[in-house]
Structures are given as C-alpha cells and as structure tokens.
Design a protein around this ligand. Sequence first.
Ligand SMILES: Nc1ncnc2c1ncn2[C@@H]1O[C@H](COP(=O)(O)OP(=O)(O)OP(=O)(O)O)[C@@H](O)[C@H]1O
Ligand SMILES: [Mg+2]
Length: 262
Amino acid sequence: MSNKDKNIIKIHNLNKEFVVNKNPLRVLSDINLEIKEGEFVTIVGHSGCGKSTLLKIMCGLVDYEDGTVERNGHPVEGPGPNCGMVFQDHRLLPWLKIKDNVGFGLKNISKEEKEKTVLSHLKMVGLEGFENSYPAQLSGGMSQRAAIARGLANNPTILLLDEPFGALDALTRIQMQKEILEIQKKEKTTMVMVTHDIDEAIYLGDRIVVMSARPGEIKEIIETDPVESKKRGSVKFAEYKKKIYAYFFEDSDVDYEIEYVI
Ligand SMILES: Nc1ncnc2c1ncn2[C@@H]1O[C@H](COP(=O)(O)OP(=O)(O)OP(=O)(O)O)[C@@H](O)[C@H]1O
Ligand SMILES: [Mg+2]
C-alpha cells in the first residue's frame, strides 16, 4: 500500500452524546469516515450539527463512548504533537505577544530557529510587523490569521481547522484559501477543515463531507474533480454547489437553484 492510500484517520461507528442539564443530547450519529494521508477533507453542515465536536474528538480533546477513532493506527486517547488544531475561536493567550503565541508549541529547537519559524509563518499569513503586538491589539481577522500561523508553525502531520477563515473579509479569505492549499501540497499535511462557506468547501476539499442537522450524521461524501473544483466559475463547481445546497434547503422555500450560463 502506498503512503497516499494510508488512512491516517479512521472513524468507525462513532456516536457521541453530551449530558445537558441531566438530559442526554445526541450530537453525532453513526459516523464512519476514513481520511487518507495528505488528503484535504472539508466538512459542511448546519450550525450545531456536531462539526466542532467531531474535530475535537479527532484531536483527542473530547472523549467518546461508542465507536472507534484512530490516528496513525492508534486509538485516539488525547492530543498529540503531530496533530494540530486551529479553533473556531482563535484561543490566543492574551498575555503573550503574537510571536510568543505562534511559537508556543515549538519545543526542542534553538532560539534562532524558533524565531525564524515564527517570523516566516507570520509573514505567510500577512502579519509581518505585528510580532510584538498583543492579541487585544489585533482585529478579529488578524487574530484568526495568527491562530492559523500557530497551527502551521508546528508543521503537524494532521491539521484540523475549525472555520479558520470565518472572521476574515472575503478578499483575504480567498487569498488564504490559495495559500493554505499551497502549504498543504508543499508540506503534504493532512487537513480536515470545517467551514460554513460552501464555495470554500468545494475549492479546498478533495472530498466534502456533508452532514445532517443534529444529531449529525454523514449524508454524503462528495469526491471533487481536482481541476474543475479549483475553477470557481466552472459548470462542475456550480453542480457541486447545487448538490450541497439541496441537502440543506430541499425541504424549505429557499430558492437554492443556481443558474449558470455556459
Ligand atoms: N461540552 C459540551 N457540553 C454539552 N453540550 C455541548 C458541548 N459541546 C457542544 N455541545 C452541544 O453539541 C451540539 C453540537 O455542537 P458543535 O459545537 O459540535 O456544533 P457545530 O456543528 O460546530 O456548530 P457551529 O457550526 O455553530 O459551530 C450543540 O448542540 C452544542 O450545544
Ligand atoms: Mg463549530
């Protein structure tokens, strides 16, 4: 089996319940998902359907009672250095400068090497010159970019991204999408990204996981065409979009039909 075909994440028959005010709340239902090394998988679904919970389970931050979840062939029992996560809320430490936030997880390297890594990643996300600022001195979008830099600086094998571009303006977002794809190809990182932006899910995902409303179950996994999915104006792109919208709106009066002219 070549590396390309190695399943780096394996989730089988996963169910997850939280207990809220002594009542069980079923959040994830019978999730089966295998992710190949070097793959970019995007996840879309209604708010509250369990997307963040699923990522946190993959990361080892939330436990699960039912089913199996493996990373690199081992059951997930907690966070590990090879698996990074960029959280929905950026979670920068307010008392540390941006450069120290980004370098936070960098261990066992020289001071010079650390500084070089931090600065190159800050440059990558367009935050050059802000290394000595504190999180409170940045805008929402800048904080999110700092969190992305922190996630990438550790060069993890797997990077889980929970709506990392949610606070960015549309133009920066498109730029960041291009850059994250370039990084992913260059570093061969396995990336799993939750997003509410359907275009983003199509553009970035080798496969798109479409989830139902809570309790979240996988409705479909759409494999995208590697060339057509990178052309936002292509007919294929519009077809993917229409298919995904149909899952969310087919029982509503929202007009999700996408008209396109060839
Ligand atoms: N620690 C927790 N304790 C109890 N309930 C929780 C906990 N974390 C999440 N939930 C509940 O689980 C459900 C799924 O939450 P989750 O954050 O995974 O949704 P999501 O799909 O990421 O939503 P969004 O798109 O709004 O971020 C929600 O109903 C939420 O209230
Ligand atoms: Mg979420």
